[in-house]
Design a protein around this ligand. Structure first.
Ligand code: FES
Ligand SMILES: [Fe+2]
Length: 470
């Protein structure tokens, strides 16, 4: 069996070792079309090997500090522009104890208001889940009403005599900072926050290749999960758990165990975004026997249970189609190309883009992909043991196609699941949450130097926010 790079060169510095087999940058060297610069922008910085404090996940005190020092100050995704397409459309965004109403006040203006009545504080909009078009916000408690632009509309005549001290011009709903990028609507509770575009940094240039503004939110599922919000999202910050958590993917869908995934953090870990790129289906170099391309594709089509679930079989044809010298990843890329890939700007799509899972992350809690999957993870109130996990499909449409209405949020009950593979992650993180509490104190966690770099990056930034160093 081939030696690892580490075995061949014992002088490697911490974080420099990589798994066997081809790396993403090697695959890009083999592309027959121009490789977009975004894929070559692949920074990694070793950020140390110190244990990670488990209190970040289980401590109520830490959770409260996140509320006071992170969520109160950070830019966060509230909704998509397409969730509220018409003037008057609104949607509620809840984060920890706060609640906001996002409303389209003019065809190209979206505002965000605190979802709290100025009389005795009732939530103005109680339907947190569904976008709804109303020409006004009428408080259900005593009926004071505001216009969709936040100005006071009316105090009911029967109670108006009691409010002579109210200056109606000044009695508008307080706004929260709201800015947009590429079809996303962000809010920030901190009136002095830096502009959204400064916060996002260079990720906005990366996504010029795979823009979101014209995509269609085709599905949107949410579930309350029994783990801290960070644990749930960290299920998607590394790929080497595939080996143990999703064994059915190791030979089938992925053709590998996730160990050839590329991990990127930027500006020495100080950028507010990161990325990982999972290798496309290739014969797994870590198997005790050598798997040929022909064997791989047969495994994928005939024994990889997850493949037919994902519709790959339909896309690629059958295993007998694999011509001499053809690789599985090339076959899949060509099939995807034939299907008319959408959403690529600035040149033909590469095989890596067509066959790999490229996953970006924007601090603190969203994960946009060049492909259709999109994640958001939020705390569930102030409970460190629960979170809201959301999965959306953000589909790129053919040029000129009319975008259907955005999917409304579909809340899954305790016994409903996102799907087989996601369910394995959900069950896993609930067990991690319990296992973290079961550890002998102080129970520091030992991370991988390279494959866990996104996890380390995220906690490093989080600590800076919580300690108000940012
Ligand atoms: S609490 Fe809203 S009108 Fe009284
Ligand atoms: Fe997973």
């Amino acid at each position: 069996m081939a030696k690892t790079k580490q075995e061949m060169d014992s002088k490697l510095a911490p974080g420099e070792a990589r798994s066997r087999g081809k790396q993403i940058q090697d695959l890009l060297d083999e592309e027959t079309v121009e490789v977009p610069w975004q894929l070559r922008d692949a920074e990694y910085t070793y950020l140390g090997s110190e244990p990670l404090d488990r209190d970040h996940y289980i401590s109520q005190e830490w959770c409260d500090k996140e509320t006071e020092n992170l969520w109160s100050r950070v830019w966060q995704l509230a909704c998509f522009e397409q969730d509220i397409p018409e003037v008057g459309d609104h949607i509620v965004y809840d984060i920890v104890d706060w609640s906001f109403i996002l409303v389209r006040t003019e065809p190209d203006t979206i505002k965000a208001f605190y979802n709290s009545c100025l009389h005795r504080g009732r939530r103005l909009c109680t339907n947190e889940l569904e976008p709804a078009n109303k020409p006004e916000f009428r408080c259900p408690f005593h009926g004071i009403t505001w216009n969709v632009d936040g100005s006071l509309k009316a105090i009911p005549p029967s109670i108006e005599f009691d409010f002579p001290h109210v200056d109606k011009e000044e009695f508008g709903l307080p706004e929260v900072k709201c800015e947009r990028w590429d079809g996303f609507v962000f809010i920030n509770i901190d009136d002095d926050a830096e502009p959204l575009m400064d916060f996002l940094g260079d990720i906005t240039k990366h996504f010029e290749r795979w823009p979101f503004a014209n995509r269609w939110k085709a599905t949107h599922s949410a579930k309350i999960v029994d783990s801290n919000w960070k644990l749930a999202q960290e299920a998607f910050m590394e790929a080497f758990h595939v080996l143990a958590t999703h064994p059915q993917m190791s030979i089938g869908l992925l053709g590998g165990d996730g160990s050839n995934t590329e991990y990127n953090i930027y500006d020495n870990g100080d950028a507010n975004w990161s990325r990982m790129t999972m290798a496309p289906p290739m014969p797994n170099p870590n198997l005790p026997y050598e798997l040929t391309e022909q064997e791989l594709i047969e495994e994928m089509f005939f024994r990889g249970e997850s493949v037919s679930e994902m519709g790959v079989q339909k896309m690629a044809g059958s295993a007998e189609d694999l011509p001499e010298g053809m690789t599985t990843r090339k076959l899949l890329a060509d099939a995807a190309r034939k299907n008319g890939p959408n959403g690529f700007v600035g040149g033909e799509p590469t095989d890596v883009e067509l066959t790999s899972a490229i996953q970006y992350h924007i601090f603190p809690n969203i994960s946009p992909w060049p492909g259709p999957i999109f994640y958001r993870h939020r705390p569930y109130g102030r409970d460190p043991d629960k979170c809201i996990m959301e999965i959306m499909m953000m589909v790129s449409l053919p040029e000129g196609a009319e975008r259907p209405p955005a999917a409304k949020i579909n809340w899954l009950g305790p016994d409903e699941h996102f799907g087989n593979i996601f369910n394995q992650d959900v069950e896993n993180v609930a067990q991690v949450q319990r296992g973290l509490k079961a550890a002998k104190p102080p129970g520091g966690l030992t991370l991988g130097n390279y494959q866990d770099i996104k996890v380390r990056w995220h906690h490093r930034l989080l600590e800076k926010w919580v300690n108000r160093e940012i």
